[in-house]
Write a protein that binds this ligand. Sequence first.
Ligand code: URA
Length: 217
Amino acid sequence: MEDWREARTLEELYELIKGCRSCPLAETRTNLVLGSGDDNAEIMFVGEAPGYHEDRQGLPFVGPAGQFLDQLLRSIGLKRSQVYIANTLKCRPPENRDPLPEELAACTPYLFKQIEIIRPRIICTLGNHATKTLLRTSAGISQLHGKLIRKGGLAYVPLFHPAAALHKPPLKAVLIEDFQRLGEHLEAERVRWRNEERPVEEVPAEEEGQPEQMGLF
Ligand code: URA
């Protein structure tokens, strides 16, 4: 297989794009950081872009923001291995500057492919960049944080970026509270999915267990 669009697993996708040269960030990166976690995760987190530590290790959220994210996950009974974590950009922008529009244009098709493979129940966008990129909204994170937003067959919960929250104590308190709301959204989505997948009174016994088609976009 040559074309990354045909990848059916995240491993295949990584193998096909690890040498990507679609934008100039290829010149300065150490590693392309696709993401990490459970390929079948119920929740997917999308940050902005790899930083210094992520670029070196080839893994997302391994610095201080990642440690805080781990703590937030634990607060709702989740481990990093149970979720999937990715970024809008797969390569580190020099000096951790903001992603440029042309970099996002080159890189977000990979993110959409990851979402298609994982099919998460909830996508948490971390910070303004991921929120605006995925929800295509002009509304900022200050308006949207903690809410469950349905768009294109997917459910999103925008959250403040853990790195921003580490620098601003008031945001940290909001993010901690929003994680509790995220836990509640997840419970509600689980019930919703259970009911949608198994409408007990309608599905004849012999059809039980057949996978249901799900429109992603
Ligand atoms: N910040 C991000 O947005 N992503 C990372 O992977 C690390 C820090």
